[in-house]
Design a protein around this ligand. Sequence first.
Ligand SMILES: [Zn+2]
Length: 204
Amino acid sequence: MSVNRNTKETCQSKMTLLEEILKANEAFVKNEEFKAYKTDKTPNKKAVFLTCMDTRLSELATKAFGLKNGDIKQLKNAGAVVSHPYGSTMRSILVAVYALGVDEVFIMGHHDCGFGALKPDPVIKEMKDRGISEDTFNTLDHSGIDVRDWLKGFDSVEESVTETVNNVKNHPLLAKSIPVHGLIMDPETGKADLVINGYEKVEE
Ligand SMILES: [Zn+2]
């Protein structure tokens, strides 16, 4: 059953999350804390990183490499995957390369990935429990959209990173001179293992 969790939460506490973050924002600006983050649009390290949206990686994914605000372009999605050649993640990588001064691409998955372990059936059940009708699923099915397949995670993070690196590297619109690296991070320690060294596959 989908009793509105947020409403319940709001009644119990004084401040909603929205109010809380807007209040913090007001103080941040007033105290000029932004000065510590001053940078520009061009990444100092000329790189774009695609990592997972896992909460443990929010800061770890950059701090563990000694990267600071402004050093790289950061992209995040569930699982750090590029599964659609003309989806918004691939478009962002291409924009980073051709319009925002990026010369290298890093794809970084991680161990214990929530998306990797994702099973579509419980997610679909949850959607239905929250009011998405059977009709909607039928309509999508008739339009050729396989929701089960679309929601499927991966069995091996090594395979997933390799597949995404290959999808990006072999994209018809990516210049052959751009290296695409593959890494896997341990979300507990920040230790990164190299899966693919993109310099070895670069064609000038
Ligand atoms: Zn993940």
